[in-house]
Ligand binder design. Sequence first.
Ligand code: ADP
Ligand code: MG
Length: 699
Amino acid sequence: MAAKSSKKVVSAVEAMYGENVFSLNVMANVLSKKAFASISKTINDGGALDPAIAGEVAAAMKDWAISKGATHFCHWFQPLTGTTAEKHDSFISPDGNGGVKMEFSAKELIQGEPDASSFPSGGLRATFEARGYTAWDPTSPAFIKEGEDGTTLCIPTVFCGYHGEALDKKTPLLRSSAALAKQMDRAGKLFGVKAVTKAYATLGPEQEYFLIDKSYYEQRLDLIQTGRTLFGRKPARHQQMEDHYFGAIRPRILAFMEDLDQELWKLGAPAKTRHNEVAPAQFEIAPIYERLNLAIDHNLMCMELMRQIADRHGLVCLLHEKPFAGVNGSGKHNNWSVVGPDGKNWLYPGSSPHENAKFLFTLIAIIKAVDTHADLLRASVASPGNDHRLGANEAPPAIISVFLGDQLTDIIEQLEKGEAKSAKSGGTIAIGADVIPTLPRDATDRNRTSPFAFTGNKFEFRALGSNMNPAAANVVLNTIVAEAIDELATQLEADVKAKKDFNKSLQALLSATIKKHKRVVFNGDNYTEEWHKEAERRGLPNKKTTPEALKAYEAEKAVTLFEKYAVLTKKELLSRYEIYIHNYKSVLSYEAECAKTIASTQIFPAAVEYQAVLASTVKAVDEAGSKAASAKDVLGKVSKLADDLAAGIKALEDAIESHNTDKMKASMLQTRAAADELEALLPADLWPLPTYAEMLFLY
Ligand code: ADP
Ligand code: MG
């Protein structure tokens, strides 16, 4: 028998985890006690770094980065383009004698001044004020990005204009987090909890993606240019066998996943789950949840790494929401919850009447928030890519409703009835007196069709697209929940002041709130036609396309909300609306252009080539005195489809010319219909594009 070793075994994972992060662990070793205490407090409370310690932090950060091979630093930020941005500066500073010293000042750590003129601002920034500012967000730690030959110190920052206008996605996220924390603080006081932290939201984003072989990708102009296939016939076998989901992971894919997990772990991003998804060649990665701001930064790093690592494996990672028509698209499930000032998850139904009261208060505040601002949640997930998913019976519909599950619905219905003694069926729940029955986690997680589902200890907003920065959705979520809690807390505070019994007040308030907002609760199948009718009857909005959905951002209701909680000014909000509309039009225009190019330069030539082959066959066979009936038949079909294709190309040209996005969509579909039929008729060696079967099954 092996002797029991007392030495702790450090696994390779433990050793590598966070090695590229200037984390609290690292800072504890390299900063003075005073500086460490100050920065720890900043990280917990949010806000800016204390200038008194900035010099010490910058020096320590530089030494640490150089020890990791860094030659450059960059401010890493999230402009309104949808991706991340970075501009690198080296640490070198000439010493005057022909050599250099490596330098990095407090100012360089805290603030950068990239030229903002080429980033979208939606009219926020006059061109003469081209200067933008980046400022370190210490709640997200600096990290090292590894290159081929050397590394770069990356400092997560916000990005603002000259007058402090938000030009990015992180600034409103931080503001909305502060708004939520403030209201949760009031709730904490009302419930008499012991405050141990500032309240914060948590996020665990589940990320779906496709991987295909790079050699096919390189032959598809549509994938290269638009991220999705604009043509392609559904193959005989696609996902009907339902054998891909959770199937054994192929070695080549596993190698990619192992690489990805390790790179994420080095960055302190807690990658946890990996598996095959529903569609062939589709996969998912999910982390362990973290504080919202950090979780979003980690999700953005994850998306960037996925693209890079795929390349190392001769693969291409497709993050588009709908790379292949006819098979499932990719989403991002936004698992969100809120930790109160007591350091506890307030969406966790506890085992005491007090815990239950907090839980029901939070749950009902969220129901109220979602019902009041369903239009904003919808707008926050609107994008041209996501338009292909929402409502396509694979993702939740564009109607935002809340799934609670039967048991929890029963509980809130009891609560709605209040302490009515005459309740016939079931019991009633009395706040402050009753413990709600334990909710089996499994029972609450069955419904996969709901866009906004309670899943045991969190809400899962499932309508996000795979390619999105989750910030926009969480800005809305934080802000609308802050407003709901504000309104409930205001009433309760007044009751407390009037010396009313707290539990009775809460009971009455929650009961009235449920009555008013329960129309948003739906536990059935969100894919059915009946639900669409029912939702319309209930007055729930159903905005099917991005331009319709985005209108919510322009509405007075949104302006009032975001201004009240100091998340976005009217100008900032409207600038976003403008950018997103512009983005929608741009995407449709380049998709239409690309479809036109492929149809006219690749597919049409192949069709007429086959026409010529068939025509000469018919002629030759006729001349030889035989009948070429079948060749003639196919020639007729090919000729008709070639004409249809040409008509589609013409329609595309007109749509592009008139800048009409609806016509672009229609003519892309028209062109595609002819092309996909041609694909079924043309000789395989004449077909100019890799097929769906090749791309989805040979990787
Ligand atoms: P499922 O969606 O199948 O229920 P899990 O329960 O494992 O799967 O969770 C999915 C994601 O939700 C994971 O990223 C997980 O870390 C995250 N999650 C779990 N609890 C919370 C929470 N309290 N707040 C935010 N995210 C959470
Ligand atoms: Mg999930």
